[in-house]
Design a protein around this ligand. Structure first.
Ligand code: AHM
Ligand code: MG
Length: 328
């Protein structure tokens, strides 16, 4: 993994870090840097709103449904508005794919980037003060700038991502991202209003002793998944399942572990969305030395056929993902 030209110390502000590492990006135009800043800014606004949840009327169901027919929470909708607004004003993005909207949003034909985002992931945890997250992927558009957006711009493989990241609204708020040159984590310092470098060059342990899977659905797992879960128990692994993908992923990134959302008898492709949940985390996992597959195929090589496509998801420490795959 390449490190930055000048290794910046812990405590460096995100803006400075982005600027310092801009040279690594093959299109060193500053637009990607601006996009990352736009996303970071919107996340600060979302963070403020999450922290107010309970005090004002922003908790609970919205009374509407998202692209997957799931109940939208008020904060889901609010977060979607915040990110959409920041990316629209920024001008660098030509299209936005979001969990919250049925089709993509056409932003600005002059923009060079396509963004896929889950503005607020972990819906079931929003109302109960448990960690939630934002997940984003950034792609270069394929069609010429100035032309209307085409399918080839939208339905790109995860391997085409130029940057990806997540924000974890947890015991502290963190932004973790990669531009394909390693993974760096920033903690939000609320008194300064800045993300500061707290986790430089993050790497995922080769193996760990934690497995994360919703065992409540065990009756509908395949015999391969049941077999792997039994293996984890035989090895006395620890079970940890928050039910917020970003939080479960982040723990495994730091400490080693595996997260699985498998196909089930009811959901043949699992629950998670390829384009705005799995691809970003797969990119980060690989950049940190981990692995992400659908149980067989590398996530980043799956060619999406539709915006809200689902995929089984195995992600985490490389040796653990490979062990889980060996049961298939
Ligand atoms: P969401 O997009 O509706 O929030 O669903 C995604 C979430 C993930 O964060 C989490 O890992 C998973 O759904 C939990 O699902 P389940 O309750 O079925 O285990
Ligand atoms: Mg989600």
């Amino acid at each position: 993994m390449e490190s930055s030209r000048i290794a910046l110390p812990i405590g460096t502000a995100l803006d400075r870090f982005i600027k310092n590492n801009q040279f690594q990006f093959q299109y060193a135009s500053g637009e990607l840097s601006q996009l990352l800043r736009d996303i970071a800014l919107a996340s600060k606004v979302v963070n403020r709103e999450i922290n107010k949840a309970g005090l004002i009327d922003i908790m609970g169901p919205m009374g509407s449904q998202n692209s997957g027919g799931e109940q939208q929470q008020k904060l889901d909708v609010l977060a979607n508005i915040r990110f959409t607004r920041a990316l629209t004003k920024g001008g660098e993005a030509c299209a936005l794919i979001s969990e919250e909207t049925e089709s993509y949003v056409d932003l600005n034909n002059e923009g060079r980037y396509v963004i896929a985002i889950d503005p607020l992931d972990g819906s079931s945890n929003i109302d109960v003060n448990v960690s939630i997250g934002t997940i984003f992927s950034i792609y270069r558009r394929v069609s010429p700038v100035g032309q209307p957006i085409q399918d080839q711009d939208i339905l790109q493989c995860g391997a085409e991502q130029v940057a990806a990241g997540y924000i974890l609204y947890g015991s502290s708020t963190m932004l973790v991202y990669t531009t394909g040159h390693g993974v760096n984590g920033f903690t939000y310092e609320s008194t300064l209003g800045e993300y500061v470098l707290s986790h430089p060059d993050m790497t995922m342990p080769e193996r760990g002793r934690t497995y994360s899977i919703n065992e409540g659905s065990a009756n509908s797992f395949s015999s391969a998944v049941k077999g792997y879960v039994q293996f984890c128990k035989d090895e006395n692994y620890t079970a940890r399942y928050i039910g917020s993908l970003v939080a479960d992923f982040h723990r495994n990134l730091l400490k080693g572990g595996i997260y699985i959302y498998p196909a089930t008898a009811k959901d043949k492709k699992g629950k998670l969305r390829l384009m705005y949940e799995c691809n970003a985390l797969a990119f980060i996992a690989e950049q940190a030395g981990g692995k992400a597959t659908d149980g067989k195929t590398r996530i980043l090589e799956i060619k999406p056929e539709s915006l809200h496509e689902r995929t089984p998801f195995y992600v985490g420490s490389k040796a653990m993902v490979e062990k889980a795959e060996s049961f298939n």
